[in-house]
Design a protein. Sequence first.
Length: 279
Amino acid sequence: MMDTDSNTVRKLPAQNSRVETGPIQFGEDWPGLFIRGDNAAYYSLALGEILRVSAESADAISWVTVRSLQALLASTRVAPDPRREHVGASDGQPRPTVYIAGPDLFDRRTWTAHVARVRAACDEVGLTPVFPVPMPDAPMTGTGITTPGTLDEARAIYRTCLANIARCDLVLANLSPFRGDEPDAGTVFEVATAKALGKCVAAYVHGERPQPVSVDVDGAHLDPQGRVIERFGVPVNIMAACGVDILVCEPADTAVETALRALRGLWLDEQIEMARRFL
């Protein structure tokens, strides 16, 4: 049984880089599990709900064991000060990280300018961007771009992108039309992955839905192939539109900044709610 009598937080020397939730080992001691405070809060809330609904049906020993884990997680008392309006680079506080999803990296003419723009917009609202490529300051090159790549190399890129999504706090996604009338398929997959992991996702769209070329006898709008165009007042398929937390529909020159400001505001709202429930 775990000892959860003490809520004292043991302070260790600061690390040079952010330590993520996962297995960790101090020297030659037994490997253990480190759970970041923000992750611990979500796990604690989820376990608390499970315990609430299973109190009468669960095995008593199992229930008490899980309850002690829930209490241990809750003892982190996570919550950065939600009253801070801006988290600057000089305030000494870690910034929330945001994964930058979208097909923008495929445009070698504008990619570096897009990276600079996203960095500036993130800095303005106190976020740290994480890009899907290891060297975002130059157009993509190398295996799979300027030379053919293998399926194993593709899988390695896939795993890296998923790992980046998992370690980030937030996701910003460009769901604008790409190579046709619909969003980039890879970006839609990344959005779904982020939501399955419980991440907050803001998406932005510049461009319009395909316009109907005909109207059926019953009033349905049809595309050039005779297929129905849904009419719900959103610029993307309803599964994408309703699946994200924030959907910004603005011109290309303002959409990124607006979406990041909204995403930062949503993150602060969550921290405030977390503080109310834990403090």
